[in-house]
Every structure is written in C-alpha cells, then in structure tokens.
Design a protein around this ligand. Structure first.
Ligand SMILES: [Zn+2]
Length: 384
C-alpha cells in the first residue's frame, strides 16, 4: 500500500444525483491543458479520505462508483448511453471513460488502466487502485501525499549496450543501443543547461553485467546510489515482422495486483504480482511523470499515441524514485526509423523528453508547500 494514501478534496455542494445526468450533448474536441493549471484548480479545500467513498466489490476487487468520484474530485459529468461513455469535465480537464474498457482519454491522451471500467446498474465503476495510483495523480496531484519537491538529480538510462543491441533495423543499419545513448547524451546537455544534476547509467557501448538480468539490476543500483529524484529509461520500439505499427508508448512499473499491459492479450497469462515492489511506493508520482512525458513527447514529435501503459521492468522494479520508460518511435517502421537515423530527429526526441521532465518539475514545485514566511524584524529590535 502507498503509506500516506491519498487525500481527496470533498466538494461542499455534494449533489450526486445531478452528476451522472444522461445527456446526448455533442462531443467537444479534446483539450490539452497544462498540468500546472490543473494543479492550481483543486476545488474546495475540505479534505476527505478514499475510505469516505462507499466501496463496491466487483470481479473480486475494490471499486468506486464514478458518480461518487466525480463529486469528490469536483467534476461535472455527462453520460451517453449509446456509447456507454462517461465524460468528466472541470475547468482544465476532460476525461472520457467507457464501460468495459481499460482505455480512458485524459485531455486527449490515451491512458490504459490496470483494471477495466465496469458498468453495473446504470453506473460506471473504477478500481480503487486505478483511482488512487493513476487517475487522481493526473488530475489532482496536489492531493497526493507525501508531496515530493522539485527534482534535482535525474538519472537517464540509455537502454541496452555492449552485446545487447536492443531492437535493430538492419536495412537501415540502426541499432537501438546506439540511438538510446545518442538521445541520452543530448538530453543530458539540455537538462544540465537547465540546472539539473544528471547521471547516465552508461556513457559508452557496454553491457553493465554478464547477462541481461545483472545489467538491469546494475542500472537500478546506479540510480539508487545516485539518490535520483527520477529515472527516465530511453528505448526505441519494434514489432518485427510487423512494419506498419508506429507511434509512442510511455511505461511505468505495473501497480501491485494488476496485470501489465502485455499480459492482456488473449493468450497471455495473468502476470499480476500481489507483493508490491520498491517502486510501487511511487506509483502516483510515476503516473504523473509518465503523463507529462507522454504529452510532451507526442506534442514534440507529432507521433501516433499508443498510450500510457505499465510493464514489469526489472530496471524499474527496485527503484527508490519515480520512473518512466519511454519508447519514442518504432525502428521496425521504416518511416519512423529513417527519421530516427537523423541527428535532427534524435535532438527532437531529447527535447520532447526534456520538456516532459520540465513540466513534471514545474508542477511539483507549484504544488509543494511553500516555506512559512519569516516574521518581519522591526527596526527598533534589530541589532546594529
Ligand atoms: Zn529497448
């Protein structure tokens, strides 16, 4: 469990019956407001706890009625019966959720929950884990606790290296291990120019252990020893022999008790882990970091949005800080691979990642408690 839990603002004018109105109003184009603006819009100040919401047990898990969540977080909602879609709106956010689906849209970005939204008796329900560790962090980060300050030490992890080439595009002579290191070095320069302390898990073409397992663990160890405030693991995607698929994916470590995105295929086994890993303590912050990276990388590269997802990455599992793994484009797609072969595009990827880190850092600074103002010293009492 996340020790401090979540503190949720309670809306003073609680009117649940009015908040799930059936409505066939036309859809409005999704917006992408700044998260800082969202943080500033926290609604009424009264504070409640998740336990204040009635829990419903569905498919063996704890779920909350979205009608109650909507009220608690201060959203207005519209429900379209024909599409089973619920839209939540406040001054800065638009969230779309569909009964039976894990995919939701948060300000136009695709986010995959760890459990499906469930429809029962005319109401939609969201799992407690998804509400507390994924959705609330994106919408009301100031309600998380304990708050983290602005990050200072950033670890960049260029994926693969040495005998592990990662994904390859052989006709174009591209190796993932070389591209990840190139982007990491560009990103390091951008971040250092903005005042961050930056550590790379590798600075040349090498594997950090005799096999992949030890290599992954060495990367995590470097991150923890650096006392990092966050880690960004840099990768390029591939789905050979599929050469059509393109776009950007952003991953966090899978939340305890949920399946990773890759285990949702028809023939895949349930890979949920009941015991939380070290990094699960930072689930809400990782979700928020991923959302910032997701928005800024896609905004910079104009790539297809393949969503914010989760995986059981060994690199991320033991980290003592929030972390995200970014697969910016597909090397198995020739069009994206040709772009990735140019220094200008690698620079764009680095700039997108830097913007994401910057957005996350700005947001954390904005929601951090400000130190109390020192009492003014009157001139008559001051020592000369
Ligand atoms: Zn990779």
């Amino acid at each position: 469990m996340f020790p401090a839990g979540l503190r949720l603002a309670l809306v003073a004018t609680f009117a649940p019956a009015a908040l799930l109105a059936v409505d066939s109003a036309p859809r409005v184009a999704p917006t992408r407001p700044g998260l800082a603006a969202a943080a500033a819009n926290q609604g009424p100040a009264a504070v409640g706890k998740p336990s204040s919401l009635p829990v419903t047990r569905l498919i063996g898990l704890e779920y909350f009625a979205l009608r109650d969540v909507t009220a608690l977080l201060g959203f207005k909602s519209t429900w379209v019966e024909s599409t089973r879609r619920l839209t939540l709106l406040d001054a800065t956010n638009r969230i779309e959720l569909t009964g039976g689906s894990r995919e939701i849209a948060v300000n136009g970005l695709r986010v995959f929950l760890g459990n499906p939204i469930i429809q029962r008796g005319g109401l939609l329900f969201i799992s407690k884990t998804d509400l507390e560790r994924c959705l609330t962090p994106l919408l009301r980060p100031a309600l998380l606790g304990p708050l983290l300050g602005r990050p200072r030490i950033i670890v960049l992890d260029p994926g693969h290296g040495g005998q592990d080439n990662g994904m390859e595009n052989k006709p174009l002579k591209l190796k993932e291990k070389a591209l990840t290191l190139d982007v990491a070095q560009r990103l390091k320069k951008l971040l250092e120019a903005r005042g961050y302390q930056v550590v790379l898990t590798r600075t040349d073409d090498r594997q950090l252990g005799p096999d992949k397992q030890t290599d992954f663990l060495a990367r995590a160890d470097i991150t923890n020893r650096a006392k990092a405030d966050l880690l960004v693991s840099i990768h390029f995607n591939s789905l050979y022999p599929d050469t059509k698929t393109s776009g950007t994916e952003v991953y966090t470590f899978t939340r305890a008790g949920q399946r990773s995105d890759r285990s949702w295929g028809a023939v895949e086994k349930d890979d949920a882990e009941t015991t939380p890993s070290e990094i699960n303590r930072f689930d809400p912050w990782s979700a928020l970091l991923a959302h910032c990276m997701h928005r800024e990388v896609i905004g910079t590269l104009k790539t297809f949005d393949r969503g914010q997802k989760t995986m059981h990455s060994i690199v991320l599992r033991g980290l003592k800080c929030p972390a995200v793994l970014v697969e910016s484009v597909f090397l198995s797609n020739d069009s994206e691979a040709r772009r990735a072969a140019t220094p200008a595009y690698l620079q764009q990827i680095a700039e997108g990642l830097a913007s994401g880190i910057g957005a996350y850092a700005d947001l954390l600074e904005k929601i951090s408690p400000k130190p109390a103002a020192r009492p003014a010293v009157s001139p008559s009492n001051s020592k000369s």
